[in-house]
Design a protein around this ligand. Structure first.
Ligand code: NAD
Length: 256
């Protein structure tokens, strides 16, 4: 049974892909609520700059350069995080992504392997490393970033849609396996969030048309996804397990 008194304050969290975008907003939110946050990313320069800025803002954040696709390195870095930050992990946020958008006809082996390695295998390796610590702690929460693309068909996005649906399936299966240890596993499905990576893919006219498809008429902000993560990491969500929580402004119920 999870310790429902668990609070983020004083707890240790890992956020993967924390150097920019949604991951950075999640790190800021969890640290802002009092967690010690290990920010993991493959990009050293971007990670150092982001963590330096967050530390300047008074947040207890720490940089770890890591490719989540490399299983043995993931295990080693998570052990180092436990030693450095002074205790076992309470929260893991699997946010890192490497995405390329191609149709079923175009997708090539190299692209598919890389997307699977980061977006699917990376979640499994990080979850294994984190839950070894959470089991000793007797509780924990794992939060996976899926996407509205898990339930919607997006054009020229065959690998992305498949992997994000797989993340939802992985989340349910892992929740079943890890529940007996007091570890909850949930996933979030953001709709279109206004990050440089997502906005940069489209011209102004396309962006405007896409915004009109969202029932509330706008893209989301990374802080709105970070708020859902904070909820899933807290005792307020103590009976939510194995869920895919849509955070998409209603995009997936619009039927357009
Ligand atoms: N932005 C959106 O509109 C949107 C919508 C739905 C779902 N999502 C999901 O939310 C998450 C964050 O999205 P984002 O737009 O902020 O992404 P982003 O591309 O801006 O950031 C991803 C981060 O992951 C890091 N990364 C890439 N490969 C890595 C690896 N092998 N190991 C460690 N770090 C690695 C990158 O360096 C980068 O800092 C992703 O899982 C994405 O699929 C985003």
């Amino acid at each position: 049974m999870e310790n429902i008194k668990q609070k983020p304050e004083g707890t240790i969290a890992v956020v993967t892909g924390a150097a920019r975008g949604i991951g950075r907003a999640i790190a800021e939110r969890l640290a802002g609520e009092g967690a010690r946050v290990a920010c993991v990313d493959i990009s050293p320069a971007r990670l150092e700059a982001s963590v330096a800025q967050m530390r300047a803002d008074g947040l207890d954040v720490h940089a770890y350069v890591l490719d989540v696709a490399r299983r043995s390195e993931v295990r080693e870095v998570f052990q180092r995080i436990e030693a450095d930050l002074g205790g076992p992990l309470a929260t893991l946020v699997n946010n890192a992504v490497w995405a390329s958008y191609q149709s079923i006809e175009e997708i090539d082996e190299e692209t598919l392997e890389k997307m699977l390695a980061v977006g699917l295998k990376g979640i499994i390796w990080a979850t294994q490393a984190a839950t070894a610590q959470m089991k000793r702690r007797g509780s924990g929460t794992v939060i996976n970033l899926s996407s509205a693309a898990a339930v919607l068909a997006l054009k020229d996005s065959v690998a992305y849609c498949a992997i994000k649906a797989a993340v939802a399936g992985l989340t349910r299966a892992a929740a079943l396996d890890l529940g007996p240890y007091g570890i909850r596993v949930n996933a979030i499905a953001p709709g279109m969030i206004g990050t440089p990576a997502s906005l940069g893919k489209f011209d102004q006219a396309t962006l405007h048309a896409r915004e009109q498809n969202v029932p509330i008429g706008r893209f989301g902000d990374a802080s709105e996804i970070a708020a859902v993560v904070a909820f899933l990491a807290s005792a307020d969500s103590s009976y939510i397990n194995g869920a895919l929580i849509m955070a998409d402004g209603g995009l997936t119920i619009a039927g357009t």
